[in-house]
Write a protein that binds this ligand. Structure first.
Ligand SMILES: CC(C)(COP(=O)(O)OP(=O)(O)OC[C@H]1O[C@@H](n2cnc3c(N)ncnc32)[C@H](O)[C@@H]1OP(=O)(O)O)[C@@H](O)C(=O)NCCC(=O)NCCS
Length: 303
């Protein structure tokens, strides 16, 4: 797996699950390499697209723990907080070469990608959002429904972005930022999003670089303990990584890290099966439609 673009205590991985078409052997192997309760959860998705992205998320998490935390695949036990955030429940003992700082990690899967962000000694949340046309309403109606998710200042920035497509891109950029923070603190639904206000970097977000100048205000105060890395995986996919760094003085923060695109072989390179092969798992997967018909139609239309 490439180390290019990665600093020592930072991992940013992406997997393009939207174009992943696993055959029988790969799907059954993947299913054997995740915890049985996750395998069962993934089986319940109606659409293949959702099953693949959830499977990719689990493989990203386990590969990370195995490769970067040096814990053998079969010893890894991931659990979820009461609000759903995965954490490493076992083994609890840190190995001596982990140093004093512990890793924090989080995943997101939406659109065509599953992503993982991990950082040593910092709190991490990640969110990926694909810019797409609202399914059944106009952009104006969609924004009206979403009014309460953003502050009046944020709406002014979103609605002055230019064309409808540019406004949607700006909307999803803000969305990814808000979600990345919510995911870093792990609260999920229930956080009043009006308490957060993002002030974007004046530099343009392009595919070739990672921006980290965007600031977050919490209850109208600039939050100095939080840093946001923003990148575009491609023209349509915004990713935001929230990093809480209260223990680190800003001056010593390392430069931002770009996402590395992994292959399926990378995802399972360190994997070892946890359960027996289950041929029925493939039979059920291959019967699933890729996505709801309406969304497949929308995919074939350009924005
Ligand atoms: C769970 C939640 C935090 C993120 O969900 P999401 O954005 O739909 O999905 P993502 O793909 O980004 O992330 C899903 C992954 O996050 C992780 N996750 C689940 N709950 C989490 C939590 N409370 N905190 C952090 N990560 C969580 C899981 O690994 C999950 O994947 P998995 O279930 O396949 O393992 C979301 O449901 C939520 O509560 N969001 C905030 C509400 C909101 O209105 N946001 C609008 C922003 S403008």
């Amino acid at each position: 797996m490439s180390e290019a673009g990665e600093r020592m205590g930072s991992v940013r991985w992406a997997f393009r699950c939207g174009s992943w078409t696993p055959g029988r052997a790969d799907w059954l192997f993947a299913a054997r390499c995740v915890q049985p309760e996750e395998k069962d959860r993934i089986a319940k998705f109606v659409f293949a697209r959702d099953a693949k992205s959830a499977m990719a998320g689990r493989l990203l998490l386990r590969s990370f723990v195995c490769e970067k935390m040096h814990i053998p695949w079969a010893h890894i036990r991931l659990e979820r907080s009461p609000r759903g955030k995965p954490y490493l429940a076992a083994p609890l003992q840190a190995s001596p070469d982990l140093g004093t700082q512990t890793w924090s990690f989080n995943i997101s899967h939406q659109g065509d990608y599953a992503v993982l962000a991990a950082e040593k000694g910092m709190q991490v949340g990640v969110d990926i959002m694909k810019t797409s046309m609202p399914g059944s309403s106009t952009v104006t109606e969609f924004f009206r429904i979403m009014t309460r998710q953003f502050t009046p200042y944020e709406w002014r920035v979103i609605q002055s972005a230019g064309s409808e497509q540019q406004q949607l891109a700006m909307f999803y950029r803000h969305w990814a930022l808000k979600e990345s923070f919510i995911k870093a603190i792990g609260t999920g639904l229930g956080f009043n999003l009006q308490r957060l206000e993002f002030h974007l970097s004046s530099e343009a977000l392009t595919q070739s670089r990672v921006l980290c100048q965007t600031r977050m205000h919490l209850d109208e105060e600039d939050e100095e303990d939080w840093l946001f890395e923003e990148s575009l995986l491609d023209a349509d996919h915004h990713v935001a990584v929230a990093l809480g760094h209260s223990a680190n003085p800003t001056s010593s923060l390392p430069p931002p890290t770009a996402f590395t695109l992994l292959t399926f072989n990378d995802l399972v390179a360190a994997a070892s099966p946890l359960t027996e092969e289950d041929p029925a798992y493939w039979e059920s997967f291959k019967m699933k439609a890729e996505a709801p018909l309406r969304q497949r139609d929308a995919q074939s239309r350009s924005l």
